[in-house]
Design a protein around this ligand. Sequence first.
Ligand code: IPE
Ligand code: IPE
Ligand code: MG
Length: 229
Amino acid sequence: MSLPGSNSARHVAIIMDGNGRWAKRRHLPRAEGHRRGVEAVRRIARAAREMGLEALTLYAFSTENWRRSEDEIAALMGLMKRFILSDLDEFVANNVRLRIIGDYKAFPADITKLIDNALARTAGNDGTTLAVALNYGAQDEIARAAAKAAAQGAVTVEAIEAELDTAGMPPLDLLIRTSGEQRLSNFLLWQAAYAELWFTDVLWPDFKPEHLAEALASFGTRERRYGGR
Ligand code: IPE
Ligand code: IPE
Ligand code: MG
């Protein structure tokens, strides 16, 4: 797909928000909103690959999301498991490299095992990178990276950057948040330093490839200055 504008994004990240409100509007349980949210993940991961993005990073579970009810957390864990089981073959077949940012080892052992297997099976792929943020918080990420940099003797911007969970990924170009909220909620605080931001009222389960295309088109028209002139 060719996109208008002069700049193409290499790395897009999405705060996938609004599953609960999507369900509430339809008098459905929140878990149904999350289930429909997974379908949006599948659609958008495919679209990102077809549009030639180098990397797509999706915020799936934050370090603060542990504050939700046990039921909701269990529903999210169940969906994650089912998603890996049903979609891993497609990622392998399409040269998608899976990556996790955040401390996913805090999840139950059955999930971490599935994740480790998925990471191993796609490690050799060099197409689109799909990074999923699980038990991710940018403050936690930066603190962990700074501690590692300190242990190596130099707390510099470069040393911290090299220890972030996103190390080696292309710089973040575009950060999208759905559902009308306009905040970062502890997502990619470091990486967003010069990212372009795009907010939409569309709720995540309703997010379609055309919305991604619209965001990319907007990105294509923006002038990035990085503080210079
Ligand atoms: C985003 O949808 C999904 C996760 C945070 C896991 P929400 O569950 O936050 O949906 P709203 O914000 O309540 O509508
Ligand atoms: C951010 O959404 C986390 C994810 C999308 C996984 P939240 O719904 O948790 O954020 P707040 O609470 O509205 O800031
Ligand atoms: Mg929310």
